[in-house]
Design a protein around this ligand. Structure first.
Ligand code: AMP
Length: 115
């Protein structure tokens, strides 16, 4: 039996609406519905990989692509004061959607170490 779609698969298939800011053959970028910074984007692979800890060598191209796309968006959006990329893996790290994605956060001071 097919696994139920993740919220991001439903967004990719236009079954749930979202604000798209970029899309290509491997990934798409949407605005986070609950932004934690003035700019809070999610870079999501179209291929479902649940989380980093379940990634395989065959996922290297698509996962690397997510970071390249984040860099392009940061340039396009002129995030010259800085930005942060975050991937939450597992409960203790705050993962809530079991579909790997990169958060791109910018537009305010971002504390280090993170909470
Ligand atoms: P994580 O907690 O790292 O798994 O991140 C999941 C992110 O997805 C959270 O920041 C949520 O606010 C965001 N999110 C959940 N549902 C939606 C949605 N329908 N549209 C946009 N962002 C969403």
């Amino acid at each position: 039996m097919d696994m139920p779609k993740t919220v991001f698969q439903k967004i990719a298939d236009r079954e749930i609406s979202a604000t798209f800011v970029y899309e290509d053959e491997l990934c798409f970028v949407i605005r986070d519905i609950n932004p934690q910074a003035p700019t809070h984007l999610l870079v999501v692979p179209k291929k479902l990989v649940a989380r980093v800890s379940e990634s395989a060598a065959a996922d290297a191209t698509v996962i690397g692509h997510l970071i390249v796309v984040a860099g392009k968006l940061a340039r396009d959006l002129q995030l010259t004061d800085g930005f942060r990329l975050v991937i939450n893996n597992g409960r203790q790290a705050g993962e809530t959607v079991p579909h790997l994605h990169v958060h791109l956060l910018a537009g305010r001071e971002l504390a280090w170490p993170p909470g």
